[in-house]
Structures are given as C-alpha cells and as structure tokens.
Design a binder for this molecule. Sequence first.
Ligand code: ADP
Ligand code: MG
Length: 725
Amino acid sequence: MESQRFKAVNNVQERQPITIDEQQRRSTYFATNVFGDFNMQQYLTYDALNAVRAAIFEGTKISRKIADQVAEGMKTWAIEKGATHYTHWFQPLTGSTAEKHEAFFDLQPNGQAIEIFGGSQLVQQESDASSFPSGGIRNTFEARGFTAWDPSSPAFIYGNTLCIPTIFVSYTGEALDNKAPLLKALHAIDEAATDVSNYFDKSVAKVNATLGWEQEYFLIDKQLANSRVDISLSGRTLVGTAPAKGQQLDDHYFGVIHSRVLSFMKELEQECIKLGIPIKTRHNEVAPSQFEIAPKYQEANLSVDHNLLLMDLMEKIADKHQFKVLFHDKPFKGLSGSGKHNNWSLLTDTGTNLLSPGSTPTKNLQFLTFFINTIMAVDTYEEVIRASLSSYSNDLRLGNQGAPSKIFSVFVGAQLASVLDDLEGVSTGKLSPEEKTELKLNVVGKIPEILMDNTDRNRTSPFAFTGNKFEIRGVGAKANCAQAMTVLNTVVAHQLKAFKKEVDQLIDKKGLKKDEAIFNVLREYIKKSKRIRFDGDSYSDQWFKEAEKRKLYSFKNNVEAIGVYADPKVIDLFEKVHVFTATELKARQEVALKSYVINAQIEAKALIEMVNTQIIPAALSYLGSLSSSVVNINQALSNSKSNYSTDMVRSIDNQVSELKSLTDQLIEAVSASESKESLDQNAKLSSETVVPLMDAVRIQADALELVVADQLWPITKYRELLYIK
Ligand code: ADP
Ligand code: MG
C-alpha cells in the first residue's frame, strides 16, 4: 500500500538540459544537482526507488542487492553530470563537515580501466578517524570507525564530487558525529508525536520535525580581513573599538543591499537552488556589513545538512567575490553578534502543522496539546537546551546587543497567555455538559487561526512561539543546528511519551473521556511550567532577580553549562529516549571542554602576538615622537605654563605599562591552563583566568587605539572593515 506522502512526487517530467541565466525561474532548476526523488525516478529501477522511499519514510533497511542497484543509478546520473569522484559526507564533532574523495576510476586485474561504484561503496566506508574528536571513545590504537549512508538525505553533486550524506560511528557503535544522534532524536519525536496526534486524527502515520534556520553572517573585504591576525586565526576581532557610527541609527537593517554584496548573494542563491536548498529570504541585518539568509523550512535532518552545505558554499563564493564571510557568533565587540534562529515545528504526513491553531475545537485542542507539552518539556529540561546552545564563541554573544538572554525562558505572547490562564481554571475530573460547552466555545474556541500579537518585539527571548512554530534564538551563527535540534526533539519526545501515559491512565483507570483526560493533564502542565514563561524584557535587572527566585539556571559560561551532561537526570533522559548513552554523553562533554580550552589558547596567543608585536610597538613609537615633540615644545615656549603635552606622554606611558603588565599575566595564565593534567582543571582555568584576562588586555589595547596617532596604528580598524566600498 502506498501512503499519501508518495503522491506529490510521482509525476515525472521531461529532463531538460540546464543553463542558468540571471532571470531564469528558480523552480526550473531547483535540485538539479540532487539525487532526490525526481532524479531517482529516472535512474533507479522500480524496486530500488521504492526501497529508498521506504527507507526515507519508514526507516526500513536497504538490502545489499538493492544498494547495488541504487549505486549503479547514482553513478550513471553523477557521471552524466560531470562528477569524477564520490565521497561520504559527514559531520564529525569539529563542528564542520568532512569528506574524503575517491575517484570512480579504477583498474581491473587485467589492467582495464573502468568507472566503478557499487553498493558496498555507497553503504559503508571505513574511516581512519583517529584525528577526529571522539572525547576518549576511541584511542589511536583502535582508530577504526565507519561512515554509513543516510538515505533520508539525498546525495548531491558538489563541484565534481558526488557527496553521500552519512553518519559516522565507531566500531563499537558509539556516535562520533552530530547526525547519528539527531536521527535518533527525530525517530523518537516521530513515534511520540504520532501516538499523541492519533488522539485527534487516526490517519496520521508519521510526524516530521521541521526546521527553518535563519543564518546571520558578516561579509568583510578579503584583503582587509586577511590583514588582521585575529580574524585570520579565530574568525573574530580580539581588539578594536566600535566606530563612531555603528548600528545606533538602525540604518543598515533591511536597507538597500550593496551591489557588491548583491552579486555575491545572487551567485550563492543560484548554487543553493541547484543543490536543493530552498533559499527564500535575504536582507541586511542590524550591524553594518551584517546580513541574513533563510530558506523555506524542511524536514529537520535535511535542513541541517542544507545549512552545513550552505556555510561551505558561502565561504567558497565569498572568496570568489573578494570577501571573507564571518560566521563567528560575536565577531565585533559592541555590535550585534550573529545567530542562527532555529524555527521548529511538527508536521504530520497528512499535512498538518501540529503547532498551528486551526478552525475547529479539535484542531485547537490538538494545537494546545503540542504547544503546552513543548513548554512543559522546556521547563523540565531548560538546562539541557541551554547547554546545547552553549559554546566558547556563543558565550560572547548571548545576553548582549540584541542577542537572547543567557537565562532560558519561553515567550508565548499575550493572546496565548490568556488562553492558558483560562484553561488553568478548568475544574478537575469529569466535566459537566455546560463546562464542556464553555470550554469549547470560550477557551479552545477563542484561539484565532492567525495569532496577531505573536511577534516578540524585543527579540531577546531565547525561545519564542511565533504563531505556528517555536523559534530557538540562542543558536550561534557558526553552530551545527543538529545539536540544538537533537536536544529539543529529545526533550519534547520524552514529554509527549509521558503525556500519553498520563492521559491513557486517566481514561483507563478513572473512566474519563479522552478530551476530559487531555484537559486534566494539560491543566496540570500549565501550572507546573509557569516558571519558564516570561514575555518581558529579558535584559532587565528585574528579570534577573525574578529568574533567580524561579530557580532558573544562569550559567556563567560554556564550561559551566556543559557540566549538565554529567547530571544523572540528564543521562537518564538521553538513555530513555535512546539518543545518547552515558559514554557518548561523557565523550561529548569532553570534546566540548577540549574545544573550549583550545579556542581560548588560540585566541589568547593571537592576542598576545598582536599586543607585543603590533600594539605596544606602535604605542612606543608614538610615545617616542610625542616625547621629542614635548622637548621641542618646551624649548620653543620656554615660559609656557601649559603642560598638556607632558601629561599626554605620562598618560600614554601609564597605559602602555598597564597593557604590558596585563599581557604578561595573560601569558602566565595561558601556560598554567596548558599545564594541568586534567581537562576539567584546564577548562576551569581557561574560563576563570584566561578569558577574563583577555578582556582586560583588550580594554587597555582599545583605549590606546583611541589615542595613538591614526597613521601609526598597525591594525585595520572597525570602520575600515565594516563599511563595504
Ligand atoms: P521571522 O519573523 O522570524 O523572520 P519568518 O516567518 O520569516 O519569521 O520565518 C523565518 C523562518 O521560519 C524561515 O526559515 C521559515 O522557513 C521558518 N518557518 C516557517 N514556518 C515554519 C515551520 N512550520 N516549521 C519550521 N520552520 C518554519
Ligand atoms: Mg525569526
């Protein structure tokens, strides 16, 4: 039996040769470089096509015989399109993607040259992965791991290479990547959400989590970016003062896009469309030289792959256009950082968005069920979600200049808050006919199909409901969305399972009707999860005090936040939902700590180099010429009473001396943070001494930038970097 979802993609059209000009309609060349359903229909046998479809929709396994057939079709298609190589494309814990190209070309024993690619190459590849982070799961003596085909994300041609999305696991079965746990979390949410949606619609057989990210980034002239040690080594500025004109006038946001930037965007979007990344939105962001690109949402696993591919494309195309693209979460002090809002919802195979209010009371009760369960899940596990957003670089961004607060909370908007308040007042147990009518008409019936006031104007809420989806705003621009998506889908899956159990118990044991049981459980959830709801200004002192009262987590930094992975409550959660084992969690924590320590070291060393070889020499040279000027001035004006020039010399001399002393302290702190035996200790030292000292050094360095003669200052300034010519 074919299920409904197969229908939309079944009509084969004629293949057209592709030549793209600027004006060509995007729908005509969408996904032409992707071995998706459209191309599979033309290159796969009927059996192979159906096996891949079943693998995508039902998670069934593909036999070796069928895999051979798929590989054959894929190879023919790829070679026709000019591919010479293939690679398993995977997401190790470095944060980016990895690939190792193999030529299709091979020699037979008789010396005959052929192009070869079979099921075994498609399905699994051994990978000496000793150099990828594993958090101690694998040591270099047992450095074997393998990559395995993920048929739910289609292969694509990138350059001249056929890329096959894969998971990356160790021979003992532990995940070494970001995709494997995501797929497990997506499977869990599918099961849990399908069960719950069957209360409202028996025909639902599958629920997909959807993700629509909004990628923010800076574009900086390549030559200028490369002139700076810090941008070259760490992708952000370690010194530099905001220009007199920064983002105060809000004149960049949604402004006219500079022609040089627009030509970059056009080429980028064309390449995205060919690769099946459905780009829809582009605009200037708040800070000068900051922009955003966003697609139409897709199934979460595919959408994560698309985001990673996009970031790679952006770097390559920016380079062609003489730009450097910065994905760093906070590249410029005093200006907005870059984030990657993750818009998330749940979509059934019958086409219903479970987080969208509908036109009937049943649809609205379904909406409320998923809406309230999500809030409840976030309330129970706020610390895990917060930890999934946390990184060395995102520490710099969260909580300032328009970024979401470091404290996690949920924005629901006034309309829905009032619905929740009403629902909370519903009496317990069985409902009288009058109560039922009242509930249907005045509570559930009150939810408008379009939620008008659901725009969170101050945008600082970390997790906001925006009409028909939740938006995680804390994800950093350079993060892999898989991390936040894995955690969110895990906690909601766990919550929905608990909900189902409670409702069924009320039906079975207390004899309540289904709707009554659902109302009863939801009402309790509304009460319990109130603490996480907050619609006000999350930067205000009042909120900090209130959050403390509510016992919400307030992690100072990444090192503190990832400590939650060792909490038995958290280990239990991930084990129950079958997303991570305790070993895998421990490994992830270790990888994150190591990454923190290494990032801090790289940045501190780059900063020390800049101070010692650029800033102090420039300041001394200015001081030297200033001192000679003072001597000359005093000679020329022997009876002058004014001593501003000697004051200037003295003041700059003091500043340099302070800078030197702080830099020496930083050098010591770095070597202390390298020398400890334990990673925990190194991470603690990095966060408590290295990072704060870097800030202190920067304050002195930036003060000097404002007094040393412009012509002597050796580092490209913010105003030169940020205004595209
Ligand atoms: P904003 O005001 O935040 O810019 P938009 O409506 O423009 O909001 O949507 C931004 C992002 O939200 C886009 O990437 C879009 O695809 C995504 N989005 C919209 N609906 C959904 C959904 N149901 N599930 C997941 N993402 C969605
Ligand atoms: Mg948004």
